[in-house]
Design a protein around this ligand. Sequence first.
Ligand code: UDP
Length: 332
Amino acid sequence: MNVLVVGGAGYIGSHMVRMLVQAGHHPVILDNLCDGHRASVSGQTLHVGELADRELLDRIFKSEGIDAVMHFAAFAQVGESVIDPAKYYVNNIMATLVLLEAMRDNGVTRFVFSSTCATYGEPQTIPIKESEPQLPVNPYGFTKLVIERALEDYAAAYGFAYAALRYFNAAGASPDGDIGEDHDPETHLIPIVLQVALGQRSHVTIFGDDYETPDGTCIRDYIHVDDLARAHLTALEKLQPGSGIRLNLGTGTGYSVREVINACRNISGREIPEVMGVRREGDPPRLIADSSAAKELLGWVPKYQSVEDVVQTAWAWHCQHPRGYHDGPDVQ
Ligand code: UDP
């Protein structure tokens, strides 16, 4: 299949592109490189442009003979979405609707969407099943929920075949250390902690230890980026016209912020100073996936089960690319 990967030069998108190639598909990337890196997809077809550029989308759909779309080009920081919600409403909703319109007009109805556990808000039941009410507590989660709802309606009315994959905390890097996480500024826990291990930061700030969890810090389910990509690939092959697949993707095991920092200490063998800070707005205390539906429907079982396994791959990437993609020859 010719698969348009929107946001394909970003963190999760670039791992997806690699996997599509390995599976014999032809990925076509659209990325504005605001967070993506040319070097993460070298050798692949890359269109640099905006998701909301309808003319560009039409050109790509026609010239590349696109059969299906995977969408990774959303803003995805909970804290930022609280401070600057307009950025999230405009990109995550408005630009995505432009993409869906372009798909409709070009007769493309297969769509795999990066959704999120943030659509559940503060769940009543842990681990979280797909049937849990979706009551997001931050603008990021809400913008993703809006698109999930639109997809449900587009499937019923226009025959869209979609999968909404609700990621828990994407983490890790390709095991060969070639591609990995490189955000500027970095906000995610594991890369920040590993930057401390590398001596690039003096310490990691823990965002609150007064949550109702055993050690007081927030608990998350860290899922390896290649495990996520594999679920997308299988979902793509299972899409059915007029219906949607909605699945949680996580390991089913939660780790507290303190446990993640300790895992990074164990893997890196480095000292990692920590400082206690205040809560970050919009952070639910515990998010752990029940992914049994993904196992049943896709036969999907995460290969990386423990956070140490995930951190190991991230550490390999950070050691080989201490300045991220700016170390490579293909700097952008
Ligand atoms: N976190 C932290 N210090 C940091 C970055 C993150 O304590 O410098 C915490 C954050 O509050 C959350 C967890 O680590 O409980 C994971 O945060 P991240 O931003 O990696 O992912 P999110 O859960 O927001 O998608």
